[in-house]
Design a protein around this ligand. Structure first.
Ligand code: SAM
Ligand code: SF4
Length: 462
């Protein structure tokens, strides 16, 4: 396999041919996307080359509309939990790279892990993504063990109902162990789809220097039966237009081979990290304006794929970009090892620096003010609505029916158990508004379920 489904000359050819599309062509592509069709690479390439402000505004508007049509006002919340920062690789951009002596290496013990989970549960979190460096200590058995600890750690009404993983690619047997342990999504960022840049940033001889092993990492997850997988690129390593094309080709590959595309796409931007020069040196940093294009073009290109915006971004950028197509965000995040105890930055235990350190409650308050419906729903994965099954339901819009109801029910739980008085008021107003827009028979069903939550029942879902 020489780079498999990532064909460098084809991507370049598409990007070249994409230049100079007429207004009519761009409008046709937006219309195709609004009809909920995945775009072809030639079409996405044309959107990537748009510079006309009027057309760009139409693309942003199209992305906003598509998000509303498919996902409604919902935003799903999660938190990252860094388990260990030991690493045998030397990725030039990452604070955890093995040559970085300014980092204090630590792996959470069972007790420390339980403490972090309890703190997160106390804030109201129900979904976590566990994050690991790449190290022989963090093999599949260890990851599965930490997942089990997380699921088994309860605190009053608090429990974690979905554990996602971001770790180095595994072999099929390794993924099977995680499937056994009840994994939600396995996430791998390709970092850059551009082969030569990948080789430059991941020194030869490192585990991570094998571009193909990483590119096929999620194929092996699928073969092991994990059908919710997350792809991503780290923006700032190479030309952003090339990376968007890479993400699209990766999506198409998974769709063609497994009948279902990725569950989520992530588009982190490079951030500064302690004693790491890369951030200041890269010439590919993505401006806020281009970042908006990335998010809206991805939204338009893959209408049914969840899109994750992390707390790497500052509050202003998050406010602007979320309406363009984001379906999941993290909130109240701390990424130093043990960071939830200190509740602050721990630069010498962090991979990079976060841009949004606000609490979960304050972000939910603001998002409610802006008309978004908070969701802690984890029902799909536990009702078997994953992978192809999820997509079949998502496409006719049926998921929106389930998801909105479950968002309301999980938000109600949050408001009763964890919200500040101020956020309670804002949240109840959003729930009332959402209920008012649901047809009466369905609304009554949801209202009955809300009564169960009010009477103390938890984890109520459709
Ligand atoms: N160590 C595993 C690996 O590399 O596959 C697990 C993922 S790593 C802990 C999580 C992700 O953080 C990486 O895939 C990379 O995209 C991102 N990352 C690394 N350095 C970063 C930086 N300086 N700024 C923003 N994101 C960064
Ligand atoms: Fe290690 Fe992952 Fe950081 Fe690379 S990105 S240095 S593999 S933690």
């Amino acid at each position: 396999m020489k780079n498999g489904f990532i064909n460098d000359s084809l991507i370049r050819e598409n990007l070249e041919n994409g230049k100079g599309a007429s207004k009519a062509e761009i409008r046709e592509i937006i219309a195709k996307s609004l009809a909920k069709n995945r775009l072809e690479p030639e079409e996405t390439a044309k959107l990537l080359q748009v510079t006309d402000p009027e057309l760009l505004e139409e693309m942003f508007e199209g992305a906003r509309q598509l998000k509303k049509d498919i996902y409604g006002n919902r935003i799903v919340y999660f938190a990252p939990l860094y388990i260990g920062n030991k690493c045998i690789n030397n990725c030039l951009y990452c604070g955890f790279r093995r040559s970085n002596n300014s980092i204090i290496r630590q792996t959470l013990s069972t007790e420390e892990l339980e403490e972090q989970v309890k703190i997160l549960e106390d804030k109201g979190h129900k979904r976590l993504i566990l994050v690991y460096g790449e190290h022989p200590c963090y093999g599949a058995d260890f990851i599965a063990e930490t997942m089990k600890i997380v699921y088994n750690t309860k605190n009053g009404n608090g429990e974690i109902r979905r554990v996602n993983i971001n770790a180095a690619p595994l072999d099929v047997d390794g993924y099977k162990k995680l499937k056994e342990a009840g994994i939600g999504t396995f996430q791998i960022f390709q970092e850059t789809y551009h082969y030569d840049t990948y080789k430059l940033l991941h020194p030869e001889g490192d585990m991570k220097s094998d571009y193909e092993w990483r590119l096929t990492g999620l194929d092996r997850a699928m073969e092991a039966g994990i059908d919710d997988v997350g792809i991503g690129a780290l923006f700032g390593l190479y030309d952003w237009k090339y990376e968007v094309m890479g993400l699209l080709y990766h999506t198409i590959h998974l769709e063609e081979k497994y009948g279902v595309g990725p569950h989520t796409i992530s588009f982190p931007r490079i951030e500064p990290a302690i004693d790491t020069d890369f951030y200041d040196q890269t010439k590919y940093k993505v401006s806020d304006e281009d970042f908006k294009k990335i998010v809206s073009i991805l939204r338009l290109s893959v209408p049914y794929t969840g899109m994750i915006l992390t707390a790497r971004e500052n509050p202003e950028v998050r406010r602007e970009v979320i309406p363009l197509g984001v379906s999941q965000i993290d909130a109240g995040s701390r990424i130093g090892i043990g960071g939830y105890t200190k509740d602050d930055y721990i630069p010498d235990k962090e991979q990079f620096q976060l841009g949004d350190m606000r609490s979960l409650d304050s972000i939910i308050g603001e998002m409610s003010d802006n008309g978004f419906l908070t969701s802690f729903c984890t029902a799909c994965y536990r009702s078997g609505r994953t992978g192809e099954d999820f997509m079949c339901k998502a496409k006719p819009g049926e998921i929106q029916n389930f998801c909105r109801a479950n968002a309301i029910l999980t938000f109600k739980e949050y408001l009763l158990d964890y919200a500040s008085d101020e956020t309670k008021v804002k949240g109840e107003a959003i729930i009332a508004k959402e209920l008012a827009s649901i047809e009466p028979e369905r609304r009554r069903l949801i209202e009955d379920k809300i009564k169960l939550v009010e009477s103390g029942e938890r984890d109520v879902y459709l």
